[in-house]
Design a protein around this ligand. Structure first.
Ligand code: UDX
Ligand code: ADP
Length: 463
């Protein structure tokens, strides 16, 4: 089947960049990204592509080339479903906040709504691709809804997990390590997989496109993220031991990373991992394992989350202890709020939890992040519902200028590894701060020797 029309439901961090790259690489395919959120779609359609709702290096340029040519953003969900041969579902699957599986299982209500909408609208055969991060067996749920509520049309359900990391989404999409496509082993399933392979092979070498059964594909996504997060929790666990013994985690990480069996990536000790995937996916893995009665498997993976929570708490406790056991009314400046550099995404960012702890200790938090708005910062804290929005508003101030943010501060905490921090005039910042001037480098990105020479009391992670 020659694919000429694709639709994607969900114009978020996954759907937006993925469809932009497909459109750029497949000019013969019309790609329509739809979302219920009118504000978000309007931002994707902003004539100035610097105002698109998602910040990713290189993305606005791609949108500028393809938008209006074969890339469209719209709120007309039904029409896009009706016209498309392939429908990607890229809606959010947050952790459930209520009922059975609360705090662990993924909430599939948005997926289910999409499936029902597709079933209602579709008049001819469709390939439905699950693109969100989902627990194992979601494809089966979608299939069951479509088969029982559809207008007699045939649906093929594929799992095509996304492995892009935020901040590097465009390069990850242009040069993926692999593309994974899971489908039924029936002749129709194989045909559907082949159609999607054809789309990707417009720019991805075919030896990098793997086809598997649906469950392997879904579980591979959870496994990849669990392994990656586990490396960070492992290195963070060792960072605490380093601090006690006088070893330096950066040296240890380099030494072990040179073992080709271990490899050098994802060994950076930090204040803790954030992002929309790691915690959610591991919680799902734990939930699935428990639901099969595999308690040892569940406990094993849950420890990765426990260690991450410990690392965040350890960081905020360290700040309080070092500042003479009180931060009450002290100005503590956060450089960075996003969960990693080069993104404006703040989901599960360590900064939120560290700020929450310090506000409980009556600190005044000043925040500078080059890409995160003050509105978002307050929303993140309010979402935790630890205290009233008014209290949060009184406790946090955000700045558009880093030097102003650091003025009169008792301490600086680095929460995101933005490159620009390295190039600041640290002498100027030191001169404007309260003394002793403390820096808590939650990302080990600054030059400790240089800062100590200026007069800062510098504390990194794991040394
Ligand atoms: C992750 C996976 O990498 C990606 O393949 C998947 O599709 C989605 O989840 P993402 O969450 O965007 O991507 O970012 P990632 O680069 O994996 O970083 C996650 C968190 O771990 C960040 O908070 C980052 O700062 C932290 N991290 C990463 C470390 O603390 N140390 C490291 O060595 C690497
Ligand atoms: P992700 O990181 O998985 O891409 P986001 O939250 O950034 O998650 O994006 C998901 C998008 O899906 C949101 O913009 C949301 O409005 C949209 N969405 C959720 N449910 C539906 C639906 N039934 N129809 C259309 N869009 C939806």
């Amino acid at each position: 089947m020659e694919i000429t029309k694709i639709c994607c439901i969900g114009a978020g961090y996954v759907g937006g960049p993925t469809m932009a790259v497909i459109a750029q690489k497949c000019p013969h395919i019309q790609v329509t990204v739809v979302d219920l959120n009118e504000e978000r779609i309007a931002a994707w359609n902003d004539p100035n592509t610097d105002n698109i709702p998602i910040y990713e290096p290189g993305l606005s340029e791609i949108v500028a080339t393809a938008r209006g040519r074969n890339l469209f953003f719209s709120t007309a969900v039904d029409q896009a479903i009706d016209e498309a041969q392939i429908i990607f579902i890229s809606v959010n699957t947050p952790t459930k906040t209520y009922g059975k599986g609360k705090g662990m299982a993924a909430d599939l209500k948005y997926i289910e709504l999409c499936a029902r909408q597709i079933a209602r609208v579709a008049k001819d055969n469709k390939i439905v691709v699950e693109k969100s991060t989902l627990p194992v067996r979601t494809a089966e749920a979608i299939k069951s809804i479509l088969d029982h509520t559809g207008n007699g049309v045939q649906f093929q359900i594929l799992s095509n997990p996304e492995f892009l990391a935020e901040g590097t989404a465009v390069t990850d999409l242009l040069q993926p390590d692999r593309i994974l496509i899971g489908g039924d082993t029936t002749p129709e399933g194989k045909k559907a997989m082949e159609a999607l392979v054809q789309v990707y092979s417009n720019w991805v070498p075919t030896d990098k496109i793997l086809t598997t059964n649906v469950w392997s594909s879904e579980l591979s996504k959870l496994t990849a993220n669990a392994f990656l997060a586990q490396r960070i929790s492992s290195v963070n666990a060792m960072s605490e031991l380093c601090e006690k013994t006088g070893a330096d985690i950066n040296e240890v990480a380099k030494a072990i990373g040179m073992d080709s069996r271990i490899g050098p990536k994802f060994l950076k000790a930090s204040v803790g991992f954030g992002g929309s995937c790691f915690q959610k996916d591991i919680l799902n893995l734990v939930y699935i394992a428990k639901s099969y009665g595999l308690h040892e498997v569940a406990d094993y993976w849950e420890q990765v989350i426990i260690m991450n929570d410990h690392q965040k708490r350890r960081f905020s406790n360290g700040i309080v202890q070092t500042l003479y056991n009180t931060v009450s009314d002290k100005k503590i400046t956060f450089l960075g709020w996003a969960f990693k550099k080069d993104t404006n995404d703040t989901r599960e960012s360590a900064a939120i939890f560290v700020a929450d702890d310090l506000i409980n200790e009556h600190a005044k938090i000043a925040v500078y992040d080059p890409k995160v708005s003050s509105k978002k910062i307050l929303e993140d804290l309010n979402y935790l519902a630890t205290r009233s929005p008014e209290h949060n508003q009184d406790s946090v101030t955000s700045y558009r200028d880093p030097y102003e943010a650091c003025q009169d501060a008792h301490a600086i905490a680095i929460l995101t590894e933005w490159d620009e921090f390295i190039h600041y005039d640290w002498q100027k910042i030191f001169d404007a701060m309260q003394k002793p001037a403390f820096i808590f480098d939650g990302r080990n990105v600054l030059d400790a020797a240089q800062l100590r020479a200026i007069g800062f009391v510098y504390q990194g992670i794991g040394s």
